[in-house]
Design a binder for this molecule. Structure first.
Ligand SMILES: Nc1ncnc2c1ncn2[C@@H]1O[C@H](COP(=O)(O)OP(=O)(O)OP(=O)(O)O)[C@@H](O)[C@H]1O
Ligand SMILES: [Mg+2]
Length: 255
């Protein structure tokens, strides 16, 4: 039997009287890219906030690799293997790209991160890990540059790299290509595609070319609920999905 690495069952999130997420169930399998799409305001980001502990849920349960995390604060969920891409604001702009990744890698083990003195051996191991990451992010040439000096597209790749550095089981990415030019978009697309070798990826993305090309599973949300779920081809041919998007064509175009 295939077991989900991230399982969220019947998630309900209310803001006052408004129900932003209304009974969503999401089963994300290991080594897959699982996209969550839907018109603006469907509840996608709220679902991510609920999964990662940014907001408390009103109902439901969330497990990561079989471990219940529903009531853990966000930083403890990270230790259970659930991480989201860091926001640009959480990069240390004055530190080098290499230093940012090294700190993110150490964050996996807080005890270690607090130790000022560490063995030469573990420092070397961390350094090698960062070098591999830099290579995968195609940022080796920028390793000694201050993170704050990188162009937007490279900063966003670095954010994904910060998430990878923590060696999570599941990485959640909310619109990782927003505001990017064509070249950066295709680099990000390749990076996300390759992430599935080691992690499960949950991806919120408005760019349908990316979603259709790299997803194993697509969940379509509308009005806080799951409208349709399936393989990319099934979802794109579904009449209900076309209909859900028709009403939001203008907003999508403006996004
Ligand atoms: N803190 C909040 N308080 C009250 N309502 C909120 C809050 N955050 C989000 N909402 C509402 O919840 C609904 C879902 O918002 P959410 O941001 O999750 O949508 P989304 O699917 O991510 O949309 P988009 O594609 O535009 O990013 C919207 O109607 C939004 O106005
Ligand atoms: Mg959103």
């Amino acid at each position: 039997m295939t077991v989900a690495i991230l399982e969220a069952v019947n998630i309900v999130k209310r803001y006052g009287k408004f129900t932003a997420v209304n009974g969503v169930t999401l089963r994300v399998m290991a080594h897959t890219v699982h996209s969550v799409i839907g018109p603006n305001g469907a509840g996608k980001t709220t679902l991510f906030h609920a999964l990662t502990g940014v907001v408390p849920i009103n109902e439901g349960s969330i497990t990561v690799d079989g471990v219940e995390v529903s009531h853990l604060p966000g930083h403890k969920r990270v230790l259970k293997g659930l991480t989201r891409s860091f926001q640009v604001t959480s990069l240390f702009p004055n530190l080098s790209v290499h230093e940012n990744l090294r700190l993110a890698a150490q964050g996996r083990n807080p005890a270690q991160a607090l130790h000022l003195w560490r063995s030469a051996e573990s420092l070397t191991a961390a350094g090698e890990k960062v070098d591999v990451l830099l290579e995968r992010l195609n940022l080796s040439a920028m390793a000694s540059r201050a993170a704050g000096e990188l162009p937007h597209g490279q900063q966003r790749r670095l954010e994904v790299g910060m998430a990878m550095a923590g060696q999570p089981k599941v990485i959640l990415l909310d619109e990782p290509t927003s505001g990017m030019g064509i070249e950066d978009i295709s680099a990000m697309k390749r990076l996300i595609h390759d992430l599935r070798e080691e992690y499960a990826v949950v991806l919120i993305e408005h760019n349908m070319d990316i979603v259709m090309d790299i997803s194993d599973t697509v969940t379509v949300m509308q009005l806080g609920q799951v409208l349709v779920e399936g393989k990319p081809g099934e979802v794109s041919n579904d009449e209900r999905v076309r209909h859900a998007y028709l009403g939001s064509v203008t907003t999508e175009d403006n996004a």
